[in-house]
Design a protein around this ligand. Structure first.
Ligand code: ZN
Ligand code: ZN
Length: 344
């Protein structure tokens, strides 16, 4: 089969011919119907050398959906031909976190397989080998694999970040989304679908702000030195109850801290690697600062439900597998609005 392979660190991945994977005991083979191109893949191909306990060669693609193609011995719970979304963070399955479905925070990494597309072979190929049937969630009616694929990361990651802050988002509250790209434009929709908060989107790119407005943002602001003051002005001087930073650079973290309300949340989802000095007068009182990574399996089921009911709808641009690098180049150049999905 054909697969988009990263052959060495600090290089562009290459469309390669590899042998079709065969499911071993407990494993499931999925025919890929869509594999999302994520900003973190760019970090993997450009910057990761030495930064991960795994390395090339590997097939990229960690947000995947498709159809069950074959079951290994003993694998059960899904049927051949069934449309499924693939829960991406593969944990050990038995530690305390995994038992709750939070395999994104598995505490026994030594007993867990490497994650597809981030260690093991991912979904930018005709087939994807999934280590256990529990990672496959049936697609509800009305959801095709190509549109479901981005929900497994670009949908699930912001959903987890929003959901954990639900108690701080009652009517009358304000949420700020910094970075209205692949994840951020879905974050706006998740906030609108699951809370009564007023939503403010902040981005450098006019296209991204337009996308956020089209998906229900109440206010959009260019990401500049005035943005924090504008957030305060729009909230009667109080600031935002919840700030979700999908960029994570020094400047956006600074903006997030300056825009947050006392007792608010500042949640860092973006992996740009910026830092935020925390000191007694550096951030508003009782602001909680946290990072999040991906989401839980039960949350993915909730995301799929929201999408099947039309309450969230990722903006998707599809690319065939042999043009997958165009998707990354478009993403890298800021030419992409919403999410790129590779359809093999
Ligand atoms: Zn990702
Ligand atoms: Zn675990």
């Amino acid at each position: 089969m054909r697969a988009l392979r990263l052959l060495k660190w600090k290089s562009d991945p290459v469309l390669s011919e590899v042998s079709d994977p065969e499911p071993g005991p407990g494993e499931v083979l999925v025919r890929v119907g869509g594999a999302g191109a994520c900003h973190s893949d760019l970090h993997v191909m450009r910057e990761f050398e030495g930064g991960a306990p795994w390395g090339p060669p590997l097939t990229l693609g960690h947000e995947n959906a498709g159809w069950v193609a074959a079951l290994g011995d003993g694998a059960k719970g899904v049927e051949v031909g069934q449309a499924v979304a693939v829960y991406g963070p593969w944990g050990c399955g038995t530690c305390g976190r995994c038992r709750l479905g939070a395999e994104n925070y598995c505490e026994d990494r030594d007993a867990a397989p490497l994650t597809g597309g981030l260690g093991a072979d991912g979904g930018m190929a005709e087939y994807l080998l999934v280590p256990a049937a529990r990672h496959l969630l049936p697609l509800p009616d009305g959801l095709e694999p190509a549109e479901a694929a981005p929900l497994t990361d670009a949908g699930l990651t912001p959903y987890h970040a929003v959901r954990r802050s639900w108690p701080k988002l009652p009517p009358g509250s304000t949420a700020v989304v910094i970075g209205a790209g692949g994840l951020g434009h879905i974050a706006v929709q998740i906030l609108k679908a699951t809370t009564a908060a007023k939503v403010i989107a902040v981005d450098l790119r006019p296209d991204a702000l337009e996308l956020a407005r089209a998906h229900g943002a109440d206010l959009t602001l260019p990401s500049d030195e005035h943005a924090a003051a504008e957030v305060r002005a729009a909230t009667g001087g109080r600031g935002a109850d919840v700030v979700l930073d999908f960029v994570g650079a020094d400047a956006t973290l600074r903006l997030g801290a300056a825009a947050a309300r006392t007792v608010g949340d500042l949640t860092v989802v973006g992996i740009a690697g910026g830092t935020l000095p925390v000191s007694f007068r550096g951030i508003p009182y009782e602001v909680s600062v946290q990072t999040t990574y991906w989401g839980t399996r039960p949350e993915l089921a909730e995301v799929l439900d929201l999408a099947a009911r039309g309450l969230i709808r990722p903006r998707v641009t599809t690319y065939p597998l042999d043009r997958a690098m165009d998707a990354y180049h478009d993403l890298e150049a800021g030419r992409l609005t919403g999410r790129a999905v590779i359809v093999p």
